[in-house]
Design a protein around this ligand. Sequence first.
Ligand SMILES: Nc1ncnc2c1ncn2[C@@H]1O[C@H](COP(=O)(O)OP(=O)(O)O[C@H]2O[C@H](CO)[C@@H](O)[C@H](O)[C@H]2O)[C@@H](O)[C@H]1O
Ligand SMILES: [Mg+2]
Length: 229
Amino acid sequence: MEDLKDVFISPLPDSPYVKPFRFNYTQNGKQKSWDLLEVHDSVAIIVFNITRKVMVFVKQFRPAIYYNCISPEDRKSTTIDTSKYPASLGIALEMCAGIIDKDKSVEHIAQEEVLEECGYSVPLSGLHRITSYRSGVGVQGALQTFFYCEVTDAMKTEQGGGVDDELIEVVEKTIPEIEEMVNSPGPIPSPPSCLFALMWFLYNKADKFRKTYEHHCAECKKGKMVFVK
Ligand SMILES: Nc1ncnc2c1ncn2[C@@H]1O[C@H](COP(=O)(O)OP(=O)(O)O[C@H]2O[C@H](CO)[C@@H](O)[C@H](O)[C@H]2O)[C@@H](O)[C@H]1O
Ligand SMILES: [Mg+2]
């Protein structure tokens, strides 16, 4: 994932992923315009492994993050010096997510992404639609639909890691590690949607699993309840 070379910037040809255009309008009698990017709507899924009480993340190289680490001066050079700018600068930790580029329901797209990226076979009934929100409101405003699913080790039927030329590493974090992540002073190498997902999980679900830890501990300590972080 971190073997990066031959990095250079070029003008955008016709792209199936992003379409830049100018949006013109008159508001309160004043003529205005806004420069926009048309992108696909998407899904994102919180995957929580209840066998081992860990959250499943995907780690991947994100060119957009990498590019924004390069100084404006160095962006002008014909090739980017990868010894000065190693790939690690662009590696993000995210929830499993994918664009809606097929004529399928959001539930089916979410199910596919969990299998392709994380390796878990989840029944459609195991995917709970939580909410949807607008991402990149400055220039995109695309809709992301957000799901929660619980998986077990037995549901891990494939390796994960993405399809075609995707290079994705599956990473697991415990509840205390998630808490540490959201309390970090940053910069956190994750999009706001991922941080929202973590806060949603901590607020709505984490207690259920913390209680299991406490109970476990109480058993071990012969009835003495100990809060385990
Ligand atoms: N701009 C681009 N240039 C070149 N190739 C591209 C491309 N966009 C997509 N692709 C190709 O299409 C594949 C799409 O991957 P996914 O469907 O998993 O979406 P991704 O995880 O990138 O974004 C998901 O996760 C992020 C983070 O949450 C959300 O912002 C996003 O809306 C959501 O779909 C990429 O692996 C790549 O091959
Ligand atoms: Mg993805």
